[in-house]
Ligand binder design. Structure first.
Ligand SMILES: *Cc1c(COP(=O)(O)O)cnc(C)c1O
Length: 453
């Protein structure tokens, strides 16, 4: 079931890496406990069976995408050296590879010039972007939509900046009229636009947000941790395309290679349009940066130690699958979106379901059609459980009832929020599995209704 062909490539690559150090006398390493390694490793493997099959198309729940086998292998060979991309002393090759890979991501968004680097993930990347915003506009407020990632409000708190949530429309996108009001009230230093909300994959209307930020002289940060790579896809709605095309107007961008970029966890990316923000990071470290006068990644990053292996994995993946529209990687994203569109169409045509949200990316949110909100919530949970027993792994999301009804009398709102089913179809294989996912979902719904009836 698990991919193992890459192990052969790994052995060959390690031999090549080893040849680079052939001039040294053998170090005669003997790590403590090596004799018992096999036994412990098997024990770890057994423990790891207690996971959902994230690599399998029947896992269609949360944002979990298997890394590319090449990314896994490249990460692994790098750990034999274990470079630290904090400073060139710690990772010369991997720092150069990070700069190249990050420049390719910036170019994907249309930036020929930028300042940026990899970091632990989207949260760290957003922290850094909002830290820069706060340094440039001290004592101002950060605003993001109600559907923005929950960490924006927490990050603002960590940075000692006020945070306010802007209401969303029924599609889960930032309401630009509400944003305009917030900007007119004043005191806002940075607007966070989300391109691809974590809950439903909705994109805030960036072209209008850009105009408003310019008009009010406010900084614009784009959180595209999830959706950023879809800028390469050719099967988007016009509004989605327009939002992604406007990314280049942002002051900073966050995208997560460990979400849609085929990387193992521990790979986020932050980009700044103006390289001069690098000055904000200035520090005097008495103990790093000895062997080079070049710019170190550690001089433009809040984190110190970082895995050079993450950069090696990303560099290798982008070498294999360049970030170009029409390329293999772009096509794999188009398959994910196509899977979501096909499943949405089936849901819409079936009277058992409420499916008011046309997916903008590859995330679907829907619910069982019932007369009362509380009944929908209960049944969503039961279908989720029944599907898991059929090895179909979905996710759940709680949404304001108004988003599901769009203001119409679709069901009785005895609860303010409704529990809905959610599925992130982020594996390209999902496209070929739509029929099988649908068949299991239908069986799960029948069982839940029979059990509840
Ligand atoms: C996932 C996500 C984050 C957080 O990123 P992590 O890599 O999980 O830290 C932030 N914003 C959005 C829109 C996300 O989807």
């Amino acid at each position: 079931m698990l991919e193992t062909d890459s192990i052969k490539l790994l052995a060959a690559a390690l031999e090549s890496l080893d040849a680079g150090y052939a001039a040294l006398p053998p170090p005669e390493l003997r790590p403590p406990g090596v004799d018992r390694m096999g036994q412990v490793l098997l024990e770890a493997a057994r423990r790891m069976r207690d996971n959902y099959p994230y690599f399998h198309p029947l896992y269609a729940g949360q944002m979990l995408k298997p890394p590319h086998p090449l990314a896994r292998a490249a990460y692994a060979i790098a750990t034999w050296i274990n470079p630290n991309n904090h400073a060139l002393d710690g990772g010369r090759a991997s720092s150069a590879m990070e700069k190249e890979a990050v420049a390719e991501i910036a170019a994907m968004f249309g930036w020929q010039q930028h300042l940026g680097h990899l970091c632990g993930g989207g949260t760290m990347a957003n922290l850094e972007a909002l830290w820069v915003a706060g340094r440039l506009h001290p004592r101002t407020k950060i605003v993001a939509s109600e559907q923005a990632h929950y960490t924006h409000s927490r990050i603002s708190g960590v940075l000692g900046l006020e945070f306010a949530a802007v209401p969303c429309d029924a599609g889960g996108r930032m309401d630009v009229n509400a944003l305009e009001k917030a900007l007119q009230t004043g005191g806002v230093g940075c607007v966070v636009a989300t391109l691809g909300t974590t809950g439903m994959g909705a994109l805030d209307p960036l072209p209008q947000i850009v105009q408003l930020c310019r008009l009010h002289g406010v900084r614009l940060h784009v959180d595209a941790a999830y959706g950023g790579y879809f800028t390469l896809a050719n099967n988007l709605q016009p509004a989605t395309r327009a939002a992604l095309d406007a990314i280049r107007e942002a002051d900073s961008i966050v995208v997560d290679p460990h979400k849609h970029g085929l990387q193992p966890y521990g790979c986020g990316c932050v980009l700044f349009k103006d390289p001069a923000v690098g000055q904000l990071y200035q520090h005097q470290s008495p103990y790093t940066y000895f062997t080079s006068r070049e710019l170190h990644l550690g001089e433009i990053s809040l984190e110190c130690s970082r895995p050079g292996a993450a950069a090696v994995a990303l560099w290798a993946t982008q070498r294999l699958l360049p970030l170009t529209p029409g390329g293999e990687f772009a096509r794999s994203l188009e398959s994910c979106r196509s899977a979501a569109l096909q499943l949405h169409q089936r849901l819409q045509q079936d009277p058992r379901w409420l499916a008011p949200f046309a997916p903008e990316l590859d995330i679907l949110v829907w619910a069982p059609r019932q007369a009362v909100a509380s009944r929908i919530s209960r049944l969503s949970q039961q279908i989720f459980d029944a599907a898991a027993r059929l090895d179909l792994h979905l996710a759940l999301v709680r949404l304001p009832a108004g988003m599901l009804t769009g203001g119409r009398a679709v069901f009785d709102c005895d609860e303010e929020t409704v529990l809905c089913l959610r599925s992130v179809l982020m594996k390209p294989e999902h496209e070929a599995w739509v029929g099988r996912l649908w068949e299991r979902l239908s069986r799960a719904a029948d069982r839940a209704l029979a059990g509840a009836g």
